[in-house]
Design a protein around this ligand. Structure first.
Ligand SMILES: *[C@@H]1O[C@H](CO)[C@@H](O)[C@H](O)[C@H]1NC(C)=O
Ligand SMILES: *[C@@H]1O[C@H](CO)[C@@H](O)[C@H](O)[C@H]1NC(C)=O
Ligand SMILES: *[C@@H]1O[C@H](CO)[C@@H](O)[C@H](O)[C@H]1NC(C)=O
Ligand SMILES: *[C@@H]1O[C@H](CO)[C@@H](O)[C@H](O)[C@H]1NC(C)=O
Ligand SMILES: *[C@@H]1O[C@H](CO)[C@@H](O)[C@H](O)[C@H]1NC(C)=O
Ligand SMILES: *[C@@H]1O[C@H](CO)[C@@H](O)[C@H](O)[C@H]1NC(C)=O
Ligand SMILES: *[C@@H]1O[C@H](CO)[C@@H](O)[C@H](O)[C@H]1NC(C)=O
Ligand SMILES: *[C@@H]1O[C@H](CO)[C@@H](O)[C@H](O)[C@H]1NC(C)=O
Ligand SMILES: *[C@@H]1O[C@H](CO)[C@@H](O)[C@H](O)[C@H]1NC(C)=O
Length: 429
């Protein structure tokens, strides 16, 4: 399922435009905010936009492998071709950046709303970041903007990370401020906040930090690696099909990312968005945390020899855009998993910490896991099948029980022996 994204349709405004473009300050991993103010011939603003954007692109190398490259508009950004539109042409926001890359979106409107229509992105594999690319030259992808309509005369705002995936490209947007069809050249004072920003705690926790006692101020800072990180918070995640829950997941998630050195990252369920899809034989749970981290779990159903059906976790994909400390963004996956395996119609539970190996350099630790990706009845988990790891916890009572039983036997034997001795004593007397 596509997630929402930043863009808004056209109407009659004077033609050709003059456009001003400025680059904002550095954001995470050296991204720059792009600010564009599209004006008509009378110097009235018709589109105003400021946003952050990056692209993750998979390409084939000359040795027939696949690699990922990252592009972001930073320097040499131009804005040719942006226009306010007219009766026959939609308003268009277009930018060009780097070594021959370009991106654009046009807008449509109704009486009450506006929204993005078509996004077009062209990347040029002659750029040095694709130096070992098999084929050289520009490649264009075109995709419908999945953004929901926004009320006219309001500014669309969304801090939350949004992504669009198409062909070999993932487009990421965040910190978006946008108004198309600006009236009378004045950007509106009224905002339309995206659902993602409404449903989660503000991504910047500055407010929390300032109100917290000073003693706790050190803990939220990204301290260095070796310190053991506390257990992650447990999150309840669910997906709906209509008004019924079709997927349930409860877990605490921690990533262990080894770039230069291993770093543990806890996923905060309070700032994590849930999307995905349900199905009869395949289901996807996508968690999108406010720190630009995506974790996709893909579940599948299999038939066993005993003619029963089981489900299992088949695939995990992780994208970290602003992984840690401005390190390189990362995309990793494992599509050959066969874990969290249990009968279809039940839920899988594992309270102990478990490790999912995504790649050599990336692991997921799960805590208090319970999952049911299929056949959820009455919005509740079905009976749980516990993982074998949890069986250890059953061992402890067994050992204690056995020890107690042994103790009782010893006491009884000691008592009997004691009685015998006493009898013997009396007899001798
Ligand atoms: C619009 O602004 C530009 C630069 O600020 C100026 O050169 C131009 O004359 C203005 N045009 C109108 C119609 O005011
Ligand atoms: C590139 O990204 C894709 C998904 O977008 C992923 O499956 C693949 O493992 C990545 N490859 C590398 C070399 O990181
Ligand atoms: C937006 O651009 C696309 C591709 O150039 C075009 O097909 C579409 O009709 C445009 N949208 C509008 C509303 O004009
Ligand atoms: C692939 O391209 C790189 C960079 O241009 C070059 O160094 C390398 O020799 C090429 N390899 C093959 C197998 O052509
Ligand atoms: C903007 O907000 C003001 C004050 O709340 C309100 O009167 C006005 O109708 C709003 N405009 C729009 C376009 O929502
Ligand atoms: C734009 O100007 C017209 C005419 O002055 C006025 O009727 C209208 O309310 C204005 N619209 C906004 C959004 O300010
Ligand atoms: C982040 O970078 C700073 C400065 O380079 C360093 O002191 C700190 O240890 C790094 N943090 C992590 C989690 O790597
Ligand atoms: C998750 O849901 C269960 C069952 O409704 C509830 O007992 C538990 O407290 C919830 N946990 C969190 C962290 O909200
Ligand atoms: C994190 O991963 C590294 C490298 O695989 C490993 O050495 C380290 O023990 C892991 N840390 C934890 C807490 O699992």
């Amino acid at each position: 399922m596509a997630t929402r994204s930043p863009w808004p349709r056209p109407l009659s405004l004077p033609c050709c435009c003059l456009l001003l473009l400025a680059l904002g300050g550095p954001g995470f991993f050296q991204s720059h905010a792009v600010e564009v103010n599209v004006k008509d011939l009378s110097n009235n603003t018709c589109i105003y936009a400021e946003w952050m954007m990056s692209f993750l692109i998979k390409y084939e190398t000359n040795s027939s492998e696949y690699k990922n490259a990252t592009l972001k508009p930073s320097t040499n950004v131009t804005h040719d071709g942006s226009t306010c539109g007219n009766n026959t042409h939609a308003p268009l926001l277009a930018i060009q950046f780097g070594a021959g890359h370009s991106w654009s979106i046009n807008f449509t409107k109704t009486n009450e709303t506006y929204q993005g229509n078509i996004i077009s992105f062209t990347y040029n594999t002659n750029d040095a970041v694709f130096k070992d690319a098999k084929t050289k030259g520009p490649i264009t992808i075109v995709v419908k903007d999945p953004m929901h309509p926004v009320q006219l005369n309001t500014v669309y705002k969304c801090h939350h990370l949004d992504s669009i995936e198409v062909a070999n490209v993932s487009l990421f947007f965040w910190n978006v401020t946008l108004q198309a069809f600006v009236q009378n050249g004045t950007v509106s004072k009224n905002d339309s906040t995206c659902e993602a920003d409404k449903s989660t705690v503000a991504p910047t926790t500055v407010a929390n930090l300032t109100t917290a006692p000073i003693t706790t101020a050190s803990s939220p800072l990204p301290t260095t690696t070796s310190k053991p990180v506390e257990k992650p918070l447990i999150g309840n995640y669910s997906l709906k099909d209509g008004d019924k829950i079709c997927l349930l997941a409860t877990m605490g998630l921690q990533l262990n990312v080894s770039q230069e050195k291993p770093v543990l990252i806890n996923i905060n369920p309070k700032t994590t968005n849930v999307t995905g899809s349900c199905g009869n034989t395949s289901a996807i749970l996508r968690l999108n945390d406010s720190n630009k981290r995506f974790i996709d779990f893909t579940f599948a159903v299999k038939n066993t020899s005993a003619n029963t059906q089981r489900f299992y976790l088949k695939e995990v994909n992780i994208t970290l855009i602003s992984s840690i400390n401005g390190s390189e963004p990362l995309n990793a996956g494992n599509n050959n998993l066969s874990i969290w395996d249990t009968f279809l119609g039940s839920s899988y539970m594992c309270q102990k910490e478990q490790t999912v190996l995504v790649t050599e350099d990336l692991q997921i630790h799960t805590f208090d896991l319970r999952i049911q990706p299929f056949k959820v009845q009455d919005n509740k988990y079905s009976k749980a099948q516990e993982c074998s790891l949890d069986d250890d916890t059953i061992l402890i009572p067994i050992i204690v029980g056995a020890a107690l039983a042994g103790l009782i036997v010893i006491i009884v034997i000691a008592y009997i022996i004691g009685r015998r001795k006493t009898y013997a004593g009396y007899q001798t007397l």
